[in-house]
Design a protein around this ligand. Sequence first.
Ligand SMILES: Cc1cc2nc3c(=O)[nH]c(=O)nc-3n(C[C@H](O)[C@H](O)[C@H](O)COP(=O)(O)O)c2cc1C
Length: 206
Amino acid sequence: MPTKDDLHAFLRTRRSIRHFRPDPVPESVIETILHTATFAPSAHNCQPWRFAVITEPAVKARLGNAVTSKMRTDMIAEGASDAEIEKRAALSLQRMAEAPVVVVLCRDKNAVHANTPTETAMGMQSTALAGLQLLLAAYAEGLGGNWICWALYAQEATRAALDLPDDWEPQAFYFLGYPVLSPEPRTRIPTLEIVKMVTSSELKIS
Ligand SMILES: Cc1cc2nc3c(=O)[nH]c(=O)nc-3n(C[C@H](O)[C@H](O)[C@H](O)COP(=O)(O)O)c2cc1C
């Protein structure tokens, strides 16, 4: 069994990895990672996470083209120059092409108890926890991974490009693969700056 120090060290050394070796990731490893992701907590144990997994270059290209097409439309509306748009689209397509595995994390809109803003938020929070667990499980397998928020900007384009079920709402992409480098942990805001100890004396409770 790993010690608590081992576990803290593991949790504190995960990094977002953006550059991968081209080596394929065995299917059994992808399955293990996704299985571990499903042990995340979820509101009412509703388990709203759904995963689309892509390893084939042609499917990655299809998704990349759909997402960058939406990106171009959004950037034109924001007044970006052609050069900026093409640079961003080319980088995005390249990063997707270079990732041996792309996982699209979706929220099943029907998994929550009611279609209210609070239940919807709980569904999204629960889905995001599976995303974190997925990254940690990938790290445990010696893989690197990165959370990519493009899915949020192109939910319908993503769903249509991959022919996902209507109820699957894309939340994030994860690019996974064996890392080229294992970078040092990034700095964090000192814990004492982000914690408020709420004591009875401060609240004047006797
Ligand atoms: C909700 C969310 C969205 C993110 N979107 C992106 C993204 O679109 N592109 C990217 O390169 N990294 C993205 N990241 C990764 C963050 O940049 C990264 O986690 C942060 O800089 C801290 O670095 P670390 O993960 O290596 O500790 C995202 C992370 C989260 C949690």
